[in-house]
Ligand binder design. Structure first.
Ligand SMILES: Nc1ncnc2c1ncn2[C@@H]1O[C@H](COP(=O)(O)OP(=O)(O)OP(=O)(O)O)[C@@H](O)[C@H]1O
Length: 284
């Protein structure tokens, strides 16, 4: 399934997933966690992946970064066939794709200061001198709306929203082209969710990032995305622009998802009013 012909295609394709399938074993039989999925994400745009728990969203994202090897299909990133890359070439290219997760603390080493956590990807990839890396850590903290003084503290000393900002700063350390946001705001209070979503939108504008935005929450996906792929039992059952999905959902499953979205006017400026980056940091 592909977006209809009217889909705006302003950016260049950055990510192309073509017929990807991934199987696992359950009760001694093989089942498709992801089946024949094809989606495209343009540079600087957001593709939302929505679906209930177990529909295959995370497995798809793990196939994209080749944490899993898909059994079928191909994944092109930045014009390169990711599925055919050697481990060494993959490691080099994978720095252009970073992930942020639902629980930022789980992905940050508790023994590392915020400075070390953000510097770590640069050290792993041999980027810059110690002085240059420190400068970059401070730039990144400011970029995500945190005080430079945060560098000396440990992640557990921060609130959930601030921890997610630290996770985002770390993810941005290597100047990626694509950020995979896997349930990135699901664990946060609604007001903090809105702040992190605004931050992600501001960063997208400033840095030209593309997002693969994964969530079970259609309201959040709607707010963030240019296009949406709806997953059900491992398959993409609907794939189109946000406007089309909401205007004329083709599948009953999608209609039910839309019906379950709280009825708040889409233009509601309170929920997602855009503040300046550093205005919302205190509460997050
Ligand atoms: N490593 C694995 N081994 C076996 N089965 C798995 C594995 N990872 C995921 N699954 C199964 O594959 C299916 C898809 O899981 P996946 O985590 O991709 O879904 P999801 O949509 O991301 O759900 P959630 O939002 O709950 O994480 C589920 O039935 C899950 O139990």
């Amino acid at each position: 399934m592909s977006p209809n012909q009217s889909t705006p295609n302003s950016g260049q394709p950055l990510l192309k997933v073509e017929g990807v399938s991934k199987y696992f074993m359950r009760d001694k039989s093989r089942f498709a966690a992801v089946e024949d999925v094809s989606v495209t994400l343009n540079a600087g745009e957001t593709l939302g992946i929505v679906g209930e728990s177990g529909s295959g969203k995370s497995t798809l994202s793990r196939c994209i970064i080749r944490l899993y090897d898909p059994e079928k299909g191909r994944i092109f990133f930045d014009g390169i066939d990711f599925t055919g890359l050697s481990n060494k070439a993959l490691r080099l290219k994978r720095r252009d794709i970073q992930m942020i997760f639902q629980d930022p603390l789980a992905s940050l080493n508790p023994m590392m200061t915020v400075h070390s956590a953000i510097e770590d990807p640069m050290l792993i990839h041999n980027v810059g001198t110690a002085r240059e890396r420190t400068k970059r850590v401070h730039e990144l903290l400011e970029l995500v709306g945190l005080d430079v003084g945060a560098a000396n503290a440990f992640p557990f000393e921060f609130s959930g929203g601030q921890q997610q900002r630290i996770g985002i700063a770390r993810a941005l350390a290597l100047n990626p082209k694509l950020l995979i946001c896997d349930e990135a705001v699901s664990a946060l209070d609604v007001s903090i969710q809105a702040q992190i979503l605004r931050l992600l939108q501001d960063l997208q504008k400033q840095l030209g990032l593309a997002y693969l935005f994964i969530s079970h929450n259609l309201a959040v996906v709607e707010h963030m995305s240019d296009q949406i792929a709806v997953m059900y039992h491992g398959k993409v059952v609907e794939y189109d622009t946000v406007e089309e999905i909401f205007r004329a959902p083709k599948q009953e499953y999608t209609r039910n998802l839309i019906d379950s979205v709280p009825k708040i006017p889409r233009s509601d400026s309170l929920r997602f009013k855009r503040p300046r980056l550093n205005e919302d940091a205190a509460g997050a």
